[in-house]
Each structure stands twice: as structure tokens, then as C-alpha cells.
Design a protein around this ligand. Structure first.
Ligand SMILES: NC(=O)c1ccc[n+]([C@@H]2O[C@H](COP(=O)([O-])OP(=O)(O)OC[C@H]3O[C@@H](n4cnc5c(N)ncnc54)[C@H](O)[C@@H]3O)[C@@H](O)[C@H]2O)c1
Length: 254
């Protein structure tokens, strides 16, 4: 079944992990996908994979903290596919820092990408959607950490609280234009994001086994486990939902 036939979608941070999984899934549902990432080569690789599988995609280099780059990428998506219907603000960074070792630099870097980057993506996408008269959908990827901070992830979690807050504020601000703003809050997802956090593969495997033991469903999710929620929030099935966050965490926050 193709639930997103000819829908023009943009996914940020789509060169890897959850963003790449959402981009692939959207394409398999018939969407046109603009694969946006600060790492152009990564975006090109995902685009090539989608096109090789018979899907429709372009790749754009986009640093979500750079308003001009975001605007340029969104205009390219609009011009290439004739619309901008769905914007997924997924790009994010994560560093493990505790209360006492969180520096101003950690704080600002997280807020810049996970907070400001989402704000810019939402603003620039909404301007184009309003201009086109499109009742679009903006989907921000937050985290369960946005709801509950953690002793080891202080700056990250605070920045994800910003992401979540923007879902609520954006939903209210854009509702008069018929644009919905929703979110996905993943739990623990095995993606390249963790590569910089754990010292080596063994450390990573051990940590993931510990995490799995604490997850009611008993396993750490894959990036693809999060893509179904992104499809639902992009289709007409979710038209009356705005300002809400779908938690995809295997029961961690149950
Ligand atoms: N992996 C997890 O366990 C987990 C859990 C909860 C939430 N999340 C959130 O999901 C989102 C995706 O995470 P992931 O695990 O797939 O990460 P990842 O590190 O695997 O991939 C992130 C992608 O974003 C890109 N990126 C980074 N900074 C960017 C910028 N400024 N502009 C554009 N692109 C940029 C990277 O190049 C990379 O391709 C993030 O917002 C993250 O906070 C992840």
C-alpha cells in the first residue's frame, strides 16, 4: 500500500540513523523525499539507495542551524517536487554530560542544533507551506529525554525539552494555517549517534545489553522501528492530531 503517493517530504539529518530510516520508508510509501544532511556525501548515499530501489529522492546539503541553507534546501524541494507537504525536523546531536561536567559549550551546541535548528526548520517550512496554501505537516523528532532529564545527559535532555516545547508552541501558532506540528519521542535506538558516546564496540554492546534489560519490550529499537510513527504522522490518518508527541520507546516511560 502506498500511503504517501506524490507527497513532497523533507527529512533533515537523513544521511544516517532515524532520519535515513524515515526517508527510506517515506519513499517506499510513494513520497518524493528530499534527503537533507550537513554531510552531503551521507545524504547522497541515501538518495542513491532510494533511487536504486525505484523511489523518488534528491539530496541537499543542509546545516539546520543555518537559516539560509535551510531555506535554499526547502525551496529546492518545492521546485523539484511542486510542493512541500511534510517537513521532518530530525537532525540532532547528543553528548553524554553530567551536571558538573556540562560546560557552556556543551549547553550551547545542543541548544543550537536540537533547539534553534528545529525552530528554523519549522519556521522556514511553515512559510513555504503558507505561501503555497498547503495544509502541511511538521514532525519534530524529540526524545523521551525531553520529558525526563537524566543525570548523564543533562545538556542533551534540556535541548530535547526545547524540541518538545516547540512542538506544543508550533502546533498552536500554525493551527490557524491548517498546518499540524507533531513529534516522535524515540527511546533508545541503535544508530551511529551512539558511536561517539561509547568508547568501543565492546563497551557499546555491554551498554546496549544493559539498556535492553531495562526496556519492557526487552530490546533496543532499530531506526526503522521509529519510521512507522513518522508515516502515520505524515498521512491523512493523523489530520486531527496536533501538538502531540508519539513515544516510541518499547515501554521505558510506561
Ligand atoms: N539514537 C537514539 O537513541 C535516539 C533516541 C532519542 C532521540 N533521538 C533523536 O533522533 C534524531 C536522530 O538521531 P540518530 O540517532 O539517527 O542520530 P545519528 O547521529 O545517527 O544521525 C544524525 C544525522 O544528523 C546529521 N546532522 C547532525 N547535525 C546536523 C545539522 N546541524 N544539520 C543537518 N544535519 C545534521 C548527521 O550528519 C547525521 O547524518 C536526533 O534528533 C536524536 O536526538 C535519538
Amino acid at each position: 500500500m502506498s500511503r504517501l503517493t506524490s507527497v513532497s517530504t523533507v527529512v533533515t539529518g537523513a544521511g544516517a540513523g532515524i532520519g535515513a530510516a524515515i526517508a527510506r520508508r517515506y519513499a517506499s510509501e510513494g513520497a518524493h523525499v528530499t534527503v537533507a544532511d550537513i554531510d552531503l556525501n551521507a545524504a547522497l548515499a541515501v538518495r542513491d539507495e532510494i533511487v536504486a530501489a525505484g523511489g523518488s529522492a534528491i539530496a541537499v546539503e543542509m546545516d539546520v542551524t543555518d537559516r539560509e541553507a535551510v531555506r535554499t534546501g526547502l525551496v529546492e524541494a518545492r521546485d523539484r517536487f511542486g510542493s512541500l507537504d511534510v517537513m521532518v525536523n530530525n537532525a540532532g546531536i547528543s553528548m553524554s554530560t553530567g551536571v558538573f561536567d556540562t560546560t557552556a559549550e556543551h549547553w550551547m551546541r545542543h541548544q543550537r542544533v536540537n533547539g534553534l535548528g528545529v525552530l528554523i526548520g519549522m519556521q522556514e517550512a511553515a512559510k513555504i507551506m503558507i505561501d503555497l496554501g498547503v495544509r502541511g505537516k511538521i514532525i519534530n523528532v524529540t526524545s523521551i529525554s525531553g520529558k525526563r532529564n537524566n543525570a548523564d545527559w543533562v545538556a542533551y535532555a534540556a535541548s530535547k525539552a526545547s524540541t518538545s516545547s516547540l512542538i506544543h508552541g508550533g502546533a498552536r501558532a500554525l493551527a490557524p494555517h491548517g498546518i499540524t506540528v507533531t513529534g516522535i519521542a524515540p527511546g533508545i535506538v541503535e544508530t551511529p549517534l551512539w558511536a561517539g558516546i561509547h568508547e568501543n564496540e565492546l563497551d557499546r554492546a555491554e551498554r546496549f545489553a544493559q539498556y535492553a534489560a531495562q526496556i519492557p519490550l526487552g530490546y533496543v529499537s532499530s531506526a526503522d522501528d521509529n519510521a512507522g510513527a513518522a508515516v502515520f504522522l505524515a498521512t491523512a490518518d493523523s489530520d486531527y492530531i496536533t501538538g502531540q508527541i508519539v513515544t516510541v520507546d518499547g515501554g521505558i516511560t510506561a
